[in-house]
Ligand binder design. Structure first.
Ligand code: TSB
Ligand code: ZN
Length: 588
């Protein structure tokens, strides 16, 4: 998708379009007041105070028509420069602009405004020459946005739009957006009954429905098996901890804004845990360890709670209650690189199995200026960051660096993916940590008989089951590979009077092989039932009629294919089991 912000010409055009939007809104809602209207990756928006009026999606057409009218008039866009005093005078009735002007430094900023026809807006510019140039645009949506992003402030209305230089570009982009909407996991999740939400449970607290739960169980089994083979030991620990636990770990000081507030029970003060590291540190500490025992790899499918802003929660992708595919690896300094390599190897292995190709490795580093978030030990940070760089270079992995994205306890390697809608998110992560083992006073006895602190690698391959499933839905467009599909085989008897019994026989046969199967014997036309099988994205649809019933064979169609293949029962079972076993992402 095009990034408007990175294209200078389109940035100017989109920003000019934001002004055109404001002018049209002002004509239709004369009492409207305007906060800011920046260009973003996806186009532009304008935050507007409309008093008691509410703009809904269905009002956007009317605003667009007004914008077209203004554009046709073709007024010039004229720049004026003002002193701070003049600006304060000119915008004296507009508290939003006054707020902006008051924060401007007279010495260093030139205060400017732009006028087109009857409309003037405070703005740094630049803009296109005339409103005539703003021709191919579309208003996309409207939502609420707190003034200055602060929930304590008034809720403004934010109208989003996008503008291009040609009609062709606009149409192509709108088509892309339409397709993205179809791929959005929130739509797929609803259409295929993967998960639901309910306001009585709360924002960002998804409920996994049977179809989603089946997928999740497969994912759990899949990664558990891999981790067992790699020497991980899984544990179960509570999803609460005392405030003292999180004071010890440092989360209380460095991560509190991401946590739910604490609750008192008897004399103890608890928090819902945002991370599992402290619990796993205590599991490690439960035994004495020699260097010979290391690495020790403690894994858990662990439920965490994090405070995410209500505007930020999104389907399964960004939730407030999540389940991490977490593990903490306790290693000696000599083992860091090797163990880190194994984690990267596992990530690549898993992505290969799922057929993921669109992802980027990000090396997330500390911001050396930010002494508050990051503990102050330059030598340790440099060493840790360099170790990660070395491994990536040795593995020949392409990556980019991001300052200020490290965890408070250490640098990390994140895998970034792009959802159908919205900005990139982190899926897998592997984090190096010299801090927490010391805070918990962890130790092992080295080969000289001396006590040493282990180093910890925090890693989550799926990230969370929630986010991973969201991404999986978008990558597959809901057509899950056979091994993951909640329903693997749908059997349709051509005529219920004659073929139902044979359909049930095949169902029993497949059930015995642990294949997830259903018979669709509804009194609906064959064509209708076959179409519905496609809509539900069931990987394999069996059509059983006279020939199949007589010859005891199986005719099937794969999702998205039109050809029908006939096999003996035995051949069919062998074929299915092979596909499931191989976890194949295409069924050839
Ligand atoms: C890997 N302590 C480490 C752990 O040991 C940790 O918690 N790291 S984390 O903060 O980066 O979270 C792990 C993963 O959880 C992230 O990589 C991301 O994929 C996922 N995640 C984070 N926040 C959310 C959220 N709000 N909703 C869904 N998934 C999330
Ligand atoms: Zn951790």
């Amino acid at each position: 998708m095009i990034n408007i912000k990175e294209n200078e010409k389109l940035s100017i055009l989109n920003h000019s379009c934001a002004h055109l939007l404001a002018q049209a809104v002002k004509r239709l809602y004369p009492h409207a007041m305007f906060w800011v209207g920046p260009v973003i990756e996806e186009g532009f928006y304008y935050d507007i105070d409309l008093g008691d009026d509410v703009i809904k999606e269905e009002n956007l057409d009317q605003i667009e028509r007004e914008m077209k009218k203004i554009s046709k008039d073709g007024k010039r866009i004229v720049r004026h420069e003002l002193t701070k005093e003049e600006a304060l005078e000119q915008f004296k009735d507009d508290p939003y602009k006054i707020d902006l002007i008051e924060r401007m430094d007279e010495e260093s900023t030139v205060i400017s405004c732009y006028t087109q026809g009857e409309f003037t807006d405070l703005c740094r510019g630049p803009h296109v020459e005339t409103v005539k140039e703003i021709k191919y645009f579309k208003l996309l949506k409207v939502s609420g946005a707190y003034w200055k992003g602060d929930a304590k402030n008034k809720m403004l209305q934010r109208i989003y739009g996008i503008c291009f230089e040609t009609e062709e570009d606009l149409n192509q982009h709108l088509k892309f957006l339409e397709e993205a909407k179809e791929r959005d996991h929130r739509k797929i999740g609803k259409d295929l009954s993967i998960y639901m939400t309910h306001e009585l449970v709360g924002a960002g607290m998804p409920l996994w429905l049977p179809n989603g739960a089946l997928i999740r169980k497969q994912l759990e089994n899949y990664i558990y098996e891999k981790e067992q083979k790699l020497g991980y030991q899984h544990v179960y620990t509570p999803c609460v901890g005392t405030v003292d636990l999180y004071k010890t770990s440092g989360h209380w000081d460095h991560y509190q804004e991401n946590m739910f507030p604490s609750m008192k029970v008897d004399d103890e003060e608890f928090v819902l845990r945002p991370m599992n590291c402290p619990h796993h540190m205590l599991v490690y500490k439960n035994d004495l360890h020699s260097y010979r025992d290391l690495p020790i790899r403690i894994g858990e499918f662990a439920t965490d709670f994090r405070y995410e802003a209500s505007g930020a929660v999104k389907g399964l992708e960004r939730v407030r209650c999540m389940c991490q595919n977490d593990a903490h690896l306790f290693v000696t300094p000599e083992q860091i690189k090797d163990e880190f390599k194994k984690v990267v190897g596992l990530i690549l292995d898993v992505y290969r199995d799922f057929g993921f190709k669109n992802y980027k490795f990000r090396l997330s580093l500390r911001d050396p200026e930010d002494k508050e978030k990051y503990f102050d030990d330059d030598a340790m940070w440099n060493m840790a960051e360099n170790k990660l760089r070395e491994v990536l270079n040795e593995l020949g992995i392409d990556y980019f660096e991001a300052i200020g994205e490290a965890a408070f306890y250490g640098p990390k390697l994140d895998v970034e993916v792009k959802p159908a809608v919205g900005p990139e998110v982190t899926l897998s992560t592997c984090q190096l940590d010299f801090l927490l083992p010391r805070r918990f006073d962890l130790s092992y006895i080295d080969n000289k008989g001396e006590k040493q602190a282990p180093i910890v690698l925090h890693r989550a391959i799926f990230g969370t089951f929630d986010r991973f499933t969201a991404f999986l839905m978008e990558e597959t467009k809901g057509a899950f590979p056979l091994w993951l599909a909640p329903l693997q085989v749908n059997i349709i008897p051509v005529n219920n009077d004659y073929h139902f019994e044979y359909a049930k026989e095949v169902e029993t046969l497949l059930k015995q092989q642990n294949i997830r199967v259903e018979v669709d014997a509804r009194e609906e036309k064959l064509g209708y039932r076959m179409r519905e099988s496609q809509t539900r994205k069931i990987p394999c649809t069996l059509i059983l009629g006279d020939k199949e019933t007589e010859e005891k064979t199986i005719s099937y169609r794969l999702f998205g294919h039109n050809e029908t293949i006939t096999l003996t029962q035995e051949e069919f079972v062998t074929y299915l089991k092979k596909q499931i076993e191989a976890k194949s992402t295409n069924m050839d």
